[in-house]
Design a binder for this molecule. Structure first.
Ligand SMILES: Nc1ncnc2c1ncn2[C@@H]1O[C@H](COP(=O)(O)OP(=O)(O)OP(=O)(O)O)[C@@H](O)[C@H]1O
Length: 318
C-alpha cells in the first residue's frame, strides 16, 4: 500500500474546515502486519476509509497493489477485506451463517462455493457451534470474530482491521491476535489500527505513529525502540504504590520522567544512558530495591513522540 500526499478535510457546519489527514506519505510492504497508532482523532480511521474506497481523499492518492483507490476502485475493493469493530456491518436479526451468506453474495462468491466457504470460516473462527444463532445474542468477542470472518469471505490478500480487539477480554484478545498471526503466515498484508501498545509490539512488523493527521514516526517496533534508547533507558521500579511513586519522583532529578502504572504497581522512569547508575542508586536509597532496566517499550516511544496531552480528550488510555 502506497499513500502519496494524502489530505482529507471535512466541512464542519458553522466552523472552519477540519483537516483529518495532512499530506500523508506511507509505504507498506506486501505481507506482514502493519500497525497504525495514534490518539483519538488522529486520522487512523479516515486513512483506512480512504484505503478501502469508502471515502475519497481531498488530494493525494493511495494505491493498493498498484491499483488506485479512485481510478481502480473496483479492483481495490476486491483486494481488501475490511474489519471494523463494534456492531457496524453485522445484522443482529440474522444468524452468523446468514450474515456470512449475505456477505458472500455481496462479494460475488459463487453460490456453489458459498456453503463450504461459510462453514470453513465459522469453524476457523471458533463459531461453528453458534452458526445458527442470532448475532444480536453474541458477545462482543464473538462479534469481532464474525467481523473477521466477514472480512475473509472473498479471501482477500489485504485486510484492514480497525481496533479489532477493543473491549475484548484478555483471553479472547490473545486468541484473536493468534488468528492475525496466522493471516500473516498465509502471506496476507494486514493494516491494524490499535490503541494497545502491547498488541502493536507483539504483533506488528512495522508501526506508524500518526498524530493530528500527520505521520510522526514509522519503522519496525525494534528500530523505533532503538531510536528512543539513544534518548533514554527504561528503569522500572517494581512494587510501588501511587503515594510512594509521588515521593520517589520528588527525590529524583527533575529531568527524569516517570510513569506510574497503578494496576501493575510499577513506575517506569526514562533515564539518560549516562545517568542510569546515579538514578538507580537514588531509587535504592529511597528503599525500593526491586529495580530492572531495559529498552523503552513502544509505549515509551509513543509518549516520547507524541507527548502527553493532559486536560484534553485526545490522550490515550494506555
Ligand atoms: N464525517 C466527518 N465529518 C467531520 N469530521 C470528521 C468526520 N470524520 C472524521 N472527522 C474528524 O477527522 C479527525 C480524524 O478522525 P478519525 O476518525 O480518522 O480519527 P481516529 O484516529 O480514527 O480516532 P479514534 O482513535 O478515536 O477512532 C477527527 O478530528 C474527526 O472528528
Amino acid at each position: 500500500m502506497h499513500a502519496d500526499g494524502v489530505t482529507r478535510t471535512f466541512q464542519v457546519r458553522g466552523g472552519p474546515d477540519r483537516t483529518a489527514l495532512d499530506r500523508v506519505d506511507l509505504e507498506l510492504p506486501v505481507g506482514g502486519v502493519h500497525g497504525l497508532l495514534g490518539p483519538n482523532g488522529a486520522g487512523k480511521t479516515t486513512l483506512c476509509r480512504i484505503a478501502s474506497t469508502v471515502l475519497t481523499p481531498t488530494s493525494g492518492s493511495i494505491t493498493v497493489h498498484g491499483y488506485d483507490v479512485l481510478d481502480d476502485a473496483e479492483q481495490v475493493r476486491r483486494l481488501i477485506g475490511i474489519v471494523f469493530g463494534g456492531d457496524r456491518g453485522l445484522y443482529g436479526r440474522l444468524t452468523a451463517r446468514e450474515n456470512l451468506q449475505f456477505w458472500c453474495a455481496m462479494n460475488g462468491v459463487p453460490r456453489r462455493d458459498t456453503p463450504g466457504r461459510v462453514d470453513a470460516l465459522l469453524d476457523r473462527l471458533g463459531l461453528g457451534s453458534r452458526a445458527a444463532e442470532l448475532v444480536e445474542t453474541f458477545s462482543r468477542g464473538m462479534k469481532q470474530r464474525l467481523h473477521l470472518a466477514r472480512g475473509l469471505v472473498a479471501d482477500p490478500p489485504v485486510l484492514l482491521l480497525d481496533e479489532p480487539t477493543v473491549g475484548m477480554d484478555p483471553v479472547s484478545a490473545h486468541e484473536f491476535r493468534a488468528l492475525v498471526g496466522e493471516l500473516r503466515s498465509e502471506g496476507r498484508t494486514v493494516l491494524l489500527t490499535t490503541h494497545d501498545m502491547a498488541e502493536a509490539q507483539s504483533l506488528c512488523d512495522t508501526v506508524t505513529f500518526i498524530d493530528d493527521g500527520r505521520i510522526v514516526g514509522s519503522g519496525t517496533p525494534a528500530t523505533l525502540r532503538a531510536l528512543r534508547v539513544e534518548g533514554g533507558v527504561r528503569v522500572r521500579v517494581h512494587d510501588l504504590a501511587e503515594d510512594a511513586h509521588e515521593d520517589l519522583m520528588t527525590a529524583l532529578p527533575e529531568e527524569v520522567s516517570g510513569e506510574h502504572d497503578a494496576r501493575a504497581r510499577h513506575t517506569d522512569l526514562v533515564v539518560a544512558p549516562g545517568s542510569v547508575a546515579e538514578v538507580v542508586d537514588a531509587v535504592v536509597r529511597q528503599g525500593h530495591v526491586s529495580v530492572t532496566t531495559g529498552p523503552p517499550s513502544l509505549e515509551d516511544v509513543y509518549l516520547g513522540l507524541l507527548g502527553r496531552r493532559e486536560g484534553t480528550d485526545r490522550g490515550m488510555a494506555v
